[in-house]
Design a protein around this ligand. Structure first.
Ligand SMILES: O=C(O)CCC(=O)C(=O)O
Ligand SMILES: [Fe+2]
Length: 354
């Protein structure tokens, strides 16, 4: 067994049933869900969501698509390497902790491999958007892959939008508040595969599946295997193992929502450190849907949350500027010096674990 510095006692990721929002819930039921969301977002920043209404066959189809894609040879997968935040990322091509300005302790890039698709500028015919900001999808030549992924994508996008309407209620905002931030949202679906062919690296217990990071945008909807590996940094400064209960989607807030609420709602640090059992890593899959907001939207702290700034107010930032700074870190090895608050949290957790 590797040491993961995780302690799973006394840490729970709240379970919230959002069916009053996905169906026709009463005002009272919705208010209860919004209250639960406010509590979860201000104490944990991760939630397990039930009542999301993703049909079982769509859920299963996504898993099949992921297996089909990653089951190909590395050589085949590499033919889908693409520009920008699209296509295939081979193992060890990224280092997520640099998105926070932190050098990975192992100085080794993360071993996950990923395949990304997302919103394209050309889907918004009436708007003058650049493909450089959005990206052009590449689709593998695999039977059934594209329809399965597109079906799940549509559901994940729906769930993300339902969540922002829960957020609007929970933050006492007008119910259409998030619409002006998200009507041409930069959304990306990232399929992650954590598996290392035997003999490719030394299994020394210091391997990182995906380095510690916060997500960049408004909210992330995460479909994940129940295999161990995902760890979340609690307010106690300790990394906790998290795995979803049956049928739950995990959701977590990103930096932009933390900025809106001046950190009352948490963009929680997380990482993936699969346990190594008898010298082998158990394969794990996850699929993250990132709902990041319109590329040209300016994110500034809500007037209702300006008071709680402990002397550290966030400057307004556009979604474009924020994403560019984070990606420059994880993809080009350039530390993001503006993520001061998040980086301080990672360092103090490392100190505490010593
Ligand atoms: O694999 C996971 O469970 C987490 C993935 C993740 O954090 C990400 O893709 O941003
Ligand atoms: Fe993440």
């Amino acid at each position: 067994m590797s040491t993961t510095q995780a302690d799973s006692t006394a840490f729970e990721v709240p379970v919230i049933d959002i069916s009053p929002y996905t169906g026709n819930g009463t005002a009272e039921d919705r208010a209860r869900v919004a209250d639960e969301m406010d509590r979860a977002c201000s104490t944990v920043g991760f939630v397990q969501v039930l009542g999301h209404a993703v049909p079982d066959d769509v859920w299963r189809g996504l898993g099949e698509a992921v297996d089909d894609f990653f089951g190909q040879s590395l050589e085949e997968k590499k033919t889908y390497v693409a520009q920008g935040n699209r296509g295939y990322s081979p193992p060890k091509s990224e280092s997520l902790s640099l998105s926070l300005g932190i050098e990975a302790a192992s100085r080794m890039n993360d071993f996950f491999e990923a395949f990304n698709v997302g919103t394209e500028a050309r889907s918004f015919a009436g708007l003058d958007l650049s493909e450089d900001d959005y990206g052009i999808n590449v689709w593998p030549d695999l039977d059934g892959f594209r329809p399965k992924v597109e079906e799940y994508y549509a559901h994940a996008a729906r769930v993300a939008r339902v969540l922002t309407s829960v957020f609007a209620d929970a933050l006492s905002l007008p119910s259409d508040f998030f619409e002006y931030l998200t009507d041409h949202s930069v959304d990306v679906l990232r399929m992650n595969n954590y598996a290392l062919p035997e003999g490719t690296v030394t299994l020394d217990g210091d391997l990182t599946g995906m380095g510690e990071h916060t997500d960049f945008g408004l909210v992330t909807v995460l479909w994940a295997d129940q295999v161990a590996g995902l760890q979340v940094l609690g307010r106690d400064g300790v990394w906790h193992d998290v795995s979803p209960i049956d049928g739950a989607l995990l959701i977590n807030l990103g930096d932009l929502t933390a900025r809106l609420t001046n950190d009352r709602w948490m963009s929680t640090l997380h990482r993936v450190k699969p346990p190594i059992v008898n010298g082998t890593i158990q394969r794990r899959r996850s699929v993250a849907f990132f709902h990041d907001g319109n590329i040209d939207a300016t994110i500034e702290t809500l007037p209702s949350h300006l008071e709680s700034d402990n002397g550290l107010a966030y400057e307004p930032i556009t979604v474009r500027e924020h994403i560019a700074a984070k990606l420059a870190g994880s993809r080009q090895g350039k530390a993001n010096t503006s993520a001061v608050r998040e980086a301080a949290r990672v360092r103090s957790a490392a100190e505490a674990a010593r």
